[in-house]
Design a protein around this ligand. Structure first.
Ligand code: ZN
Length: 282
């Protein structure tokens, strides 16, 4: 049986903006660099790849991180233009870096007006805690507040990162507990479920807050139930994603096939692969 699939987390980005050391890490172990670069040049190629992989829609992850990754706020223009080639299948993420703008609220409005259908916050690559609005970064509250008002989901990276300059300590999902308390109507996706250090914290935060979902990208599907043995309990708030083309993720399709082998109820699989994302990204 083929189910429709939404992959809420892939990386086809303006690769050319990445800093040299980041490029080196990113392209290492990737034999298909030219192919991936050509996907970034032409969204029609990505749409064909999605057809080949049986993927109906993708979330195009995108974030501002000028100091660590090399992505300036121009990533937003790039991404909205890219995704405009098929808004029914390409879900563009936008991003605001509150430490690199004087008006985080205004910038959030600008990015949403531009067409962002979700926002990404990446603490280890943006070098602030997800709850840093409580202290040194009040502008971050404006990002969450406006996303909440607009009904736009925010994907927050949780877990470690191996990119040069990344601060993995900032990937603790417990910081998101504060965000969910302070912005109770904000739709939050916990990307990577805190892998590989904080799965229990991630599971707690998902169960504790009605509007926090687990987003499973980056977790090898064959091991998903080792990481989250009680996944079935949160099948209503678990969202599919792969992190393709990150290391270890050969294709969007292969991950779906591996996921389909897990001993989960059919209805749970359908919710995780498609229905939950449909609801959250509505
Ligand atoms: Zn990712």
């Amino acid at each position: 049986m083929t189910l429709p699939v939404i992959d809420a987390h892939i990386h086809i980005q303006p690769f050319h903006m990445m800093k040299p050391a980041v490029q080196e890490t990113f392209w290492r172990k990737k034999a298909n660099r030219a192919e991936l670069e050509s996907l970034a040049e032409d969204p029609r190629r990505l749409l064909r790849q999605m057809d080949a992989d049986g993927i109906e829609r993708v979330g195009l992850i995108n974030y501002v991180s000028p100091d660590v990754m090399g992505f300036t706020s121009e990533v937003n223009e790039w991404m909205m233009k890219y995704a405009s080639s098929d808004p029914s299948r390409l879900i563009p993420f936008g991003s605001i870096h509150p430490a690199f703008t004087r008006d985080a609220g205004g910038e959030t409005d600008r990015v949403l007006d531009m067409g962002a259908r979700a926002l990404k916050v990446h603490p280890p690559h943006q070098l602030f805690r997800a709850n840093a609005y409580q202290q040194e970064l009040p502008g971050l509250a404006e990002v969450y507040r406006r996303a909440q008002a607009a009904g736009v989901p925010v994907t927050i990276h949780t877990g470690t990162s191996v990119f040069p300059g990344a601060r993995s300590r900032l990937g603790d999902p417990m910081d998101v507990d504060d965000v969910a308390v302070d912005f109770p109507d904000l739709k939050i996706l916990l990307a990577h479920g805190g892998r590989p250090l904080w799965m229990e914290a991630a599971f707690f935060v998902v169960r504790r807050h009605p509007n926090v979902c687990l987003e499973v990208s980056g977790i090898p599907p064959a091991r998903l139930l080792e990481y989250f043995p009680r996944l079935e309990e949160i099948a209503d708030k678990t969202i599919w994603g792969t992190d393709w083309p990150s290391p270890g993720v050969k294709s969007m399709r292969q991950n779906v096939e591996q996921f389909q082998q897990l001993p989960l109820a059919g209805a749970s699989r359908q919710k995780i692969l498609y229905e939950n994302a449909l609801r959250v990204f509505a």
